[in-house]
Design a binder for this molecule. Sequence first.
Ligand code: A2P
Length: 342
Amino acid sequence: MNPSVNNLKVGIVGATGAVGQELIRLLHERKFPLQELVLLASARSVGKKVSWEGKTWIIDEAKPEAFDDLDLAIFSASGSISSKLAPEAVNRGCIVVDNSSAFRMDPKVPLVVPEINAHVLRNEKPGIVANPNCSTAVALMGLFPLHQAFGLKRFFVSTYQAVSGTGAAAIRELEAQTRALMAGEDYAPEVYPYQIAFNLLPHVDSFLDDGYTREEMKMLNEGRKILEHPSLEVSCTCVRVPVLRAHSMSINAEFDSPVSVSIAREAIEGFSGSELKDDPSNLVYPMPIDYSEKVSCGIGRIRKDTALNNGLALWVVGDQLWKGAALNAVQISEVLLEYGHL
Ligand code: A2P
């Protein structure tokens, strides 16, 4: 980070949401050089107060003029809001880091996990930079070091996704539904189509005609773009589980070269942003409660796959509100500073 820069005006769109709240915290904790932080949300929230560590902000409405004086805006509201407002912000000279899926597959928009492909931001000042889908970002934190070691050919993945990935209302639903059911009361689902407490839903995002969901196809399409690997093959099943925070995934990956578990472990250990948590004899493996509010993703259960050629099986866990959203967005912003675009 450039220490001489300390006058940035930064906006958060979706500041009242689950990711927005983490953005406020991480921008401060990571000492992003803020001169002013502007918190934006829907018209419903205008005038609402948001506080963090003794500081208080008043929410403003996210509308085009709100970006007039901003250097950087981090969007975490929805695809339709990003589609409408991100170009308005860029036209006003603001760089946008967008958490939605609106621009991720646009060939002109960089899609970035800094530990993997920060280089795509090096030369040109971007307008919009896209932040990947949360499960994709976490999965790649385990797969990228193995790709470097052995050459990734294809992978099969099942996700175990926390409710906070759906947003603040889903966290409230899981907590309230759990309490109600424990008290022997009914609690009708509102956010999810079915009960999520003491259950799971093999369904994240909307279904496509071929039976996959949009979320599942993000793993393939965004994975190819971030890894710059157009022939990568991926088959994904996304599952919503009654976990509050941090996504987990079971991955079976096939590589071009023969694999070795010890080299795989070394590759993970040498990769910044991931940590090896893999000692089955002592019951050491990553779990969502250990990786909530944690910068690193945890990688464990690494073993030779019994069904694939040159295959490895592994278990990856990461805080999707952080590495899958707010942290990755702040890390992108730090790269923009480092490369002199801010
Ligand atoms: P609001 O609280 O005003 O509805 P989550 O993903 O946790 O549900 O959060 C969604 C975020 O997106 C919230 O901050 C929400 O603000 C914001 N949002 C929803 N609709 C709009 C809108 N039309 N314009 C700007 N922000 C919006």
